[in-house]
Design a protein around this ligand. Structure first.
Ligand SMILES: [Zn+2]
Length: 275
């Protein structure tokens, strides 16, 4: 069974001395990190305004972007392995994310796509809120990331990730929330947005739907803080499978990263244009 993003719910995981956490690894028994005071403050959220000319299609809209993980998560296992409540169960604050065979990290990929998307959205007149503003920090925890976008009252939000599935597997999967109370009011809107994202991915990029995970590019998840705790329409996208050589060649390409951003921008325009 393939799972993604925080799959080993409730199990403290080593971060500093292990290979990058893959999203698809089965939960394994691990030793908790040596208890230490958490020394890193969470990265401050930043709200960045774009031009809000009334002539622009996203004028007056707030869009949330959560680039998964962070570049230095592996440097502070005590912080990253702290246990948080994800709305349904306990899980760790975050993981280091996955990487390609050549060592290109998911955290870097996620952040690069987020920056391209932020620029696209600002050009459309949106105000963009990101859960982290660089790729050399630790955290914030996944529950805090959800809260940042909830508190911003984003019109729509996207969590950007790439998967660490089997090396033979290819393609993208859109992860969507399951009703759990806090997110009840955004289940149907998130599903609509997820369909917009899948459509835009297929139209604007060469990444196929996943051949190893989900159903036709869609999977519903009830174990991820970003989806469990959201009060704004949101999906998490696994843009491709980093251990796969073909996907990796795309995911590490700046040109492809810009195409992904353009696809998400199109999906956001479609979603907000219809609501
Ligand atoms: Zn991830």
């Amino acid at each position: 069974m393939t799972v993604a993003c925080g799959s080993a719910a409730g199990l403290p995981q080593p971060a500093a001395t292990q290979p990058a956490q893959t999203h698809s690894a089965a939960p394994q028994p691990t030793q908790p990190a040596t208890p230490q005071p958490a020394s890193h403050a969470a990265t401050s959220p930043a709200s960045t305004g774009g031009s809000e000319s009334a002539s622009k299609p996203l004028a007056g809209k707030v869009v949330g972007i959560d680039p998964g993980h962070n570049g230095d998560n592996g440097a502070d296992p005590a912080y990253i392995n702290q246990i948080i409540w994800n709305g349904r169960e306990s899980e760790t604050c975050d993981t280091t994310g996955t990487k390609t065979a050549s060592g290109y990290t998911e955290a870097k990929f996620n952040f690069n796509v987020a920056r391209y998307l932020r620029a696209d959205l600002r050009a459309e007149g949106a105000r963009v809120v990101m859960t982290r503003t660089n790729n050399h920090g630790v955290g914030p925890c996944v529950n805090r990331r959800a809260r940042i976008l909830d508190d911003a009252h984003a019109s729509v939000a996207v969590d950007i990730h790439a998967d660490g599935g089997p090396a033979w597997g290819r393609g993208f999967t859109v992860l969507e929330p399951i009703a759990d109370g806090p997110n009840d009011h955004v289940i149907r809107s998130s599903e609509r947005f997820g369909n917009d994202v899948r459509t835009a991915m297929l139209q604007h990029t060469s990444m196929p739907v996943s051949n190893y995970y989900g159903s036709n590019g869609i999977e519903f998840r009830n174990d991820l803080a970003g989806l469990n705790l959201t009060t704004v329409p949101k999906v998490l996208i696994e843009c491709g499978n980093m251990p796969n050589a073909t996907d990796a060649s795309l995911l590490t390409s700046p040109r492809f990263q810009r195409q992904l951003a353009a696809a998400f921008n199109t999906a956001i325009l479609t979603f907000l244009g219809n609501h």
